[in-house]
Design a protein around this ligand. Structure first.
Ligand SMILES: N[C@@H](CCC[C@H](N)C(=O)O)C(=O)O
Length: 302
């Protein structure tokens, strides 16, 4: 189906991790990886680190089983069009969109994701949003990360999506991050990996740079900040689950600050901002043109 009507979109960010938001309540838009990449292109499209399609859980085959717990499904795509399980900053921006559209009210808002249902707390005042991100998985694999001549041991952390956390002396040692860091053994991450470089700023206070799978270096990564918190706590001799005591870390990212608490039951809670910056419509002719290469099917959809 070619949409003849302008297609509504919004643009938002959380600690400058920015997203194109595509409301599609009934799940009627088929958004190809190529179209996502064009929409996220900062010169030829709208621009973003990723895309958040807002679909009713009941209307999406991957989310139907979660519909009883969460009315809305965050169909997240990276800027290159690839699909990811979870996006921490994205969930906050997604909830901000639901609030703005009158689809959610202050209080507890559940969101279905490919990593499962995530519960969020939305305040009355448009302030920060807290997300229960689930527990971190720390399988203990021996992993190394290399950038140019430097290489470091890394901590494998799962936050619904895969991470390698590297503690470095200086964030500049991560280099330009124009290319993905080399992570070995590659077999630990069959679907690719997000890599966080971390320095200490003070007691339970760290800063990071991140290279995201499918998006390159970004100004923030919410799941990455949670992975960093879990790895930093264990490095510092704290294990909230074993200790029976929560631990809170401040995580500075290039685009702002996130506060992460791991509760004694292992749940990791992330608090941070979420902002909608623009609202508009996509020209249907431009969209259609994205599908008109030599490979384009007769019945184009987007
Ligand atoms: N920026 C996101 C993570 C987005 C997905 C990631 N690039 C992946 O492929 O796993 C966040 O805030 O968590």
């Amino acid at each position: 189906m070619v949409s003849a009507q302008p297609v509504p979109f919004l643009k938002g960010h959380g600690t400058e991790n920015d997203f194109v938001i595509l409301p599609d309540p009934d799940g009627t838009l088929e958004v190809s990886p190529e179209t996502v990449a064009r929409l996220c292109d900062r010169r030829a499209g709208i621009g973003g680190d990723g895309l958040l399609r807002v679909v009713r859980s009941a209307a999406h085959p991957e989310a139907r089983t979660m519909a009883g717990d969460a009315e809305w499904f965050m169909d997240y795509r990276n800027a290159d069009g690839s699909v990811a399980e979870m996006c921490g900053n994205g969930v906050r921006v997604f909830v901000r969109y639901l609030e703005r559209a009158g689809l959610a009210k202050a209080g507890e808002v559940a969101v279905a994701t490919r990593a499962g249902v995530r519960r969020t707390h939305l305040g009355e005042d448009g302030g920060e949003i807290t997300v229960a991100m689930g527990p971190a998985a720390l399988p203990g694999d021996e992993v190394r990360v290399r950038v140019g001549e430097r290489d470091w041991p890394a901590v494998h952390v799962g936050m619904g999506n895969p991470h390698a956390v590297v503690f470095v002396d200086d964030l500049a040692h991560a280099g330009s991050l124009l290319d993905a860091p080399q992570v070995e053994p590659a077999a630990v991450y069959p679907d690719g990996v997000n890599v966080e470089f971390v320095v200490d700023r003070g007691p339970r206070h760290v800063a990071l740079r991140v290279h995201e799978r499918g998006s390159g270096e970004t100004r923030s990564c919410g799941t990455g900040a949670c992975a960093v918190m879990a790895a930093a706590a264990r490095r510092d001799g704290a294990d909230p689950v074993a200790d029976g005591a929560s631990a809170t870390y401040t995580v500075d990212v290039p685009g702002g600050r996130l506060v992460i608490t791991e509760q004694a039951d292992g749940e990791i809670e992330m608090t941070g901002p979420a902002v909608i910056v623009a609202e508009g419509s996509i020209d249907p002719e431009w969209l259609h043109a994205q599908r008109m290469g030599p490979e384009a099917p007769q019945q184009a959809h987007w």
